[in-house]
Design a protein around this ligand. Structure first.
Ligand code: ATP
Ligand code: MG
Length: 563
């Protein structure tokens, strides 16, 4: 059994980060574990972020420490209040609580600025007048060293004066930047005098127009961790090359604590993209209906689609924390969703593609209520009453006029069970002028009420159904992978990589009446069809349900094949 197949946390070994924490506690390097999740509010959170959220908050829980939610809001040009609100909402929905510990890098702007002056006074930073293009040209490459800026050796007093004037708004955007003075020949490009402050005359969602210079992410990140006393700064592997720079800041500044950074591999998933840039593009170009489109890998999208938070947490645990890059099958996420919903989702009946049947020997004005089980795996879920009458709908796919050998469902002359109801036998298929079956004439056996024959005779199929008179109409939305290829190769044309069949809309579906009051965020199983949840746009006038996942488990199949 691979790590991924193990169903719960206890069965899995500790990951390398928890091993480090154990050692740190044992050696006394730390006494309390403090982690944080540090999103940049420039988009909605996706399932990759969920991996990081689950890691940081779960560690805080396990070690009785705490986890902060900190917005890395250093770039007002791209950040918005909408994203700040959505991120908090998503983290809470995932089941985590930061308590009093909600922070923003912008809370520390004054402190960060003081530290910038400190670096200048120490001869470790300077104001550079080169343009962004010139700085890039001076930076060198992986194989060539960079070149010093002509302003690199200007005096501390001059740099200090220029930085203060930058802050006063005296210069245009792009005219000057503050840079660290480290080493233009370093093998690590991040150490070639990185930019610490740039001029941005943009209104900030929190600080408004108080500032027109903003710290770079790199200058804000580690110092924010130090201010908050973060003991284990967890991030993805692409930041490993930045660690020497973060350590340089921490060594060069009078910070109150020394955070340590540990990197793990980011989550990649088949048939989708987890790059914020790409997700922003999908929204901006209108390829999907928005950030919470149920086909999006965003938390908001998965939630709207009907994925339970517990399934996402389970998934995050199963993919585990390592340092090796890999791509996880979307089928594993779907498997986790099915496992969770199989336990928790109430069962209901609904017909996706209706075919009317008429029970000839059932009196026209009669109707009765039959008892149906709400969840066969959970006795406490109880039962409900479903109405039965002479005219019913069954699934078009559950009837064949001329069935092949292995088709056991309804066919002329054959008896089947209608779940929780009766045995019925198809007597005749009624056709329209085009020769299509439009209705079935059936009979029922009144002795089989509840779905069992007193004489013990068996049938080979049990089918779902709804009463035609009582059924409610609904639109069902079925989803498929957003991208056709497992690992989409997106060039200039993102549309070309999209799966043209990612959304199928079924109108005129027939559901049992109890579903009229179904609530969003409550995913249920339509028996034999899959898990569905009311869309956020559903209304009594127009019921809309999203299919979270079908019942068929392609992950289990895949595993069976490779076992
Ligand atoms: P992108 O690189 O797509 O723009 P990002 O990583 O810059 O996204 P942030 O808001 O900065 O987005 O990320 C917040 C945290 O989530 C970071 O610590 C980052 O390492 C982590 N994270 C982002 N993407 C993933 C992923 N696919 N798997 C695991 N963690 C991730
Ligand atoms: Mg980032």
């Amino acid at each position: 059994m691979s790590e991924i197949d193990k169903p719960n946390d206890e069965a899995r070994g500790k990951d390398f980060i928890r091993e480090i924490i154990d050692a740190d506690l044992q050696s006394g390097r730390v006494s309390e574990v403090v982690t944080r999740f540090p999103p940049e509010p420039n988009g909605y959170l996706h399932i990759g972020h969920a991996k990081s959220i689950c890691l940081n908050f779960a560690i805080a829980q396990e070690y009785s420490g705490r986890c902060h939610l900190r917005f890395d809001d250093t770039n007002p040009a791209k950040e918005e209040q909408e994203f700040i609100a959505a991120i908090q909402d998503d983290v809470r929905w995932l089941g985590f609580d930061w308590g009093q510990h909600l922070y923003h890098a912008s809370d520390y702007f004054e402190q960060l600025y003081d530290w910038a002056e400190h670096l200048i006074k120490e001869g470790k930073a300077y104001v550079d007048d080169l343009s962004a293009d010139e700085i890039r040209a001076h930076r060198g490459t992986l194989t060539e060293p960079g070149k010093d800026s002509p302003h690199r050796n200007r005096g501390a007093d001059e740099s200090l004066d220029l930085l203060r004037r930058m802050r006063q708004g005296e210069f245009e955007e792009g005219a000057r930047v503050l840079r660290a003075k480290i080493d233009m020949t370093s093998g690590n490009i991040n150490l070639r005098d990185p930019v610490l402050y740039r001029i941005l005359k943009a209104e900030h969602p929190r600080t408004g127009n108080a500032w027109c210079i903003y710290p770079t992410y790199d200058f804000a990140h580690g110092q924010s961790d130090a201010i908050e006393g973060i003991t284990h700064s967890l991030c993805t592997l692409e930041f490993a090359d930045h660690r020497p720079l973060y350590d340089w800041f921490i060594e060069s500044l009078p910070v109150p604590a020394t955070p340590h950074q540990y990197e793990f591999s980011r989550l990649n998933l088949t048939h989708t993209v987890l790059s914020k840039r790409r997700l922003i593009q999908l929204v901006a170009e209108g390829h999907i209906s928005g950030w919470d489109d149920p086909r999006m890998p965003t938390i908001a999208g998965l939630r709207r689609r009907g994925y339970p938070a517990a399934a996402i947490r389970d998934f995050a645990g199963r993919v585990g924390i390592t340092k090796s890059d890999n791509v996880i099958e979307m089928a594993l996420l779907e498997h986790c969703v099915r496992e969770e919903l199989n336990q928790s989702a109430p069962r209901r009946m609904g017909v996706l593609k209706p075919l009317k049947i008429v029970i000839e020997n059932y009196p026209e004005d009669q109707e009765e209520m039959l008892e149906a089980v709400n969840n066969p795996g959970d006795e406490t879920a109880g039962t409900r009453q479903v109405p039965f009458a002479r005219e019913l709908y069954i699934e078009q796919d559950d009837f064949m006029e001329d069935p092949p050998k292995k088709f056991f469902r309804m066919a002329p002359g054959r008896e089947v069970r209608l779940r929780y109801a009766y045995f019925v036998t198809c007597r005749e298929a009624v056709k329209n002028d085009a020769g299509e079956v439009v209705e079935l004439i059936c009979t029922y056996d009144p002795e089989t009420r509840g779905g069992n024959a007193p004489d013990g005779r068996k049938v080979k199929a049990t089918m779902h159904w709804v009463s035609a008179r009582h059924a409610i109409d609904a639109e069902l939305r079925l989803y498929n992978h957003l991208f056709t290829d497992e690992e989409p190769d997106i060039g200039d044309d993102i549309a070309a990589a999209l799966n043209p069949d990612s959304l199928e809309i079924l109108q005129g579906c027939k559901l049992e009446p109890s579903l009229a009051s179904a609530k969003a965020d409550q995913t249920l199983q339509l028996e034999r069809q899959g898990y569905f949840c009311p869309d956020r746009d559903t209304s009594p006038e127009r019921l809309i349900f999203n299919r979270a996942v079908p019942l068929r488990d392609s992950w289990a199949k895949l595993k069976a094949k490779t076992a």
